[in-house]
Design a protein around this ligand. Structure first.
Ligand code: UDP
Length: 439
């Protein structure tokens, strides 16, 4: 800790998705959970948090008191409906103008710090930072250059527009926050980030909500059969998450299963730019002759999702690319082992051979082999589940929030030092020119 007071009032920018949206479908996923969990904890530590997100419904109130100390500001920028995430760059001017106007309605110096999430928000934060003369902390969450290096079959590459936009934000932000040391290296190697401005802040799980519990009770609550062997996928249904790989891998085991008890559970809705799934997945299950052994559930609220994890014998996260993989930590926190692709943050989230297995590549036969291996040994699976529950205790949003505050403090301290250098002895001069917008 720096010993200095933390920022008083934080402008948190999340342009493309609201923390109030149900995660697991559309553009709502881990970022929304991250923003909500850290914002509420920052507020409990005395930081007033205002979250700026794009209004996507005429019913959105301009300002919503979402939790004590957390306000969500719905910013008008483009039409409410039908605007694809890929069209959002054209709305950044409107979004930024309205964020600047909101600040201008307050006394000068209203916000101490800006934290932007995802590159679109970083673009807004960059402008606001220059206007307000406060530091900008940025979390990319995913990087186009990393995603493009491991695209799923049928997935479209992230456009150059995004790579350029990300690069600008990396160059401009006062501090950059990443989920893992690997991501820190990617920022430095692929985007030329200054390593001394990068902080590794590991995400968490809501350990009060995601905790071990009775498998039988969870299955009862969800209407699932007590005797089934249940492998589960949770997440937005999109090529990047590879639910099709899991389905293809488990199909031969379902065919070979003489007890008729092996079942795949798929929880989540289509992603903004998904395959048109789950329709495609349902079609694939039929094509593979396993439709009657695959259950699809729409996106679930967190309390029911905890029951899903507890009800499962194994949770699988086969993604092609994953900045961290909150699902893997949440499942383990519920005492369920995880079979995950050895990509991105999943290598941190899952302890290979202890709390689950990490699989290199996406070869279907290899995945079938790992599934068969784990499912053949229920005692080992149970032991891995117990170890998973213990391992997951390392990941809590409280730790994440503490580390965020340290990063914020560093950003503020560096900003003050720089301001001091440019101030001279005769008075206060702003580090950057500031033009106030009159409403
Ligand atoms: N999630 C949810 N309900 C669902 C499916 C997912 O609340 O039906 C949440 C899940 O709890 C997790 C987040 O969505 O916190 C997904 O985060 P993850 O990092 O696994 O993937 P991302 O969406 O960031 O790619």
């Amino acid at each position: 800790m720096t010993g200095r007071p933390h920022p008083r009032r934080l402008a948190l920018i999340s342009v493309h998705t609201s923390p109030l949206a149900q995660p697991g479908t559309g553009d709502a996923g881990g970022l929304n959970v991250y923003v909500w969990q850290t914002a509420t904890r920052l507020a409990r530590r005395g930081v007033e948090v205002e979250i700026f997100t794009r209004a996507t419904s005429s019913a959105d109130e301009p300002s919503v008191q979402a939790a004590p100390g957390v306000t969500v500001k719905h910013v008008p920028a483009g039409p409410f409906d039908g605007l694809d995430k890929r069209d959002l760059p054209a709305q950044l001017c409107a979004f930024s103008a309205n964020v600047l106007r909101a600040e201008a309605a307050h006394e000068p110096g209203y916000y101490d710090l800006i934290h932007s999430h995802y590159w679109l928000s970083g673009q807004v934060g960059w402008l606001a930072r220059d206007r307000w003369g406060v530091p900008l902390v940025h979390t990319a969450h995913t990087l186009a250059a990393v995603k493009n290096a491991s695209l799923a079959v049928g997935d479209t590459a992230e456009p150059m527009l995004r790579v350029i936009g990300e690069q600008q934000v990396v160059d401009e932000a006062d501090r950059l926050i990443v989920n893992t040391p690997t991501e820190a290296s990617e920022l430095v190697d692929l985007y030329g980030a200054d390593a001394s401005r990068v902080d590794v802040v590991v995400p968490g799980a809501d350990l009060d909500r995601y905790s071990p519990g009775s498998k039988l009770a969870a299955r009862g609550a969800l209407g699932l059969d007590a005797d089934d062997v249940l492998v589960t996928f949770v997440g937005r249904i999109q090529p990047l998450k590879a639910p099709d790989v899991l389905l293809r891998a488990i199909a031969p085991l379902i065919h070979a299963d003489t007890t008729g008890r092996l079942r795949l559970l798929v929880v989540g809705g289509p992603s903004g730019n998904g395959l048109g799934l789950p329709d495609t997945l349902i079609g694939l299950a039929a094509e593979l002759g396993v439709a009657d052994r695959v259950t699809f559930l729409p996106p679930q609220p967190a309390d029911r999702l905890a029951q899903v994890y507890r009800a499962s014998d194994l949770v699988s996260v086969p993604s092609y690319s994953e900045s961290f993989g909150l699902v893997a930590v949440e499942a383990q926190a519920c005492g369920t082992p995880v079979l995950a692709a050895d990509v991105g943050g999943l290598g941190v989230a899952v302890a290979d051979g202890v709390t689950g297995r990490l699989v290199a590549g996406h070869d279907i036969e290899t995945w079938t082999g790992h599934l068969a291996d784990l499912l053949a040994d229920p005692d080992r699976l149970r032991a891995m589940g117990t170890a998973a529950g213990i391992h997951a205790q390392k990941f809590s949003w409280d730790h994440t929030t503490d580390a965020l505050l340290e990063s914020y403090d560093r950003a503020v301290a560096a900003h003050r030092r720089a301001a001091g250098r440019s101030t001279g002895i005769f008075g206060l001069r702003r580090l950057r020119p500031r033009t106030r917008i009159t409403v």
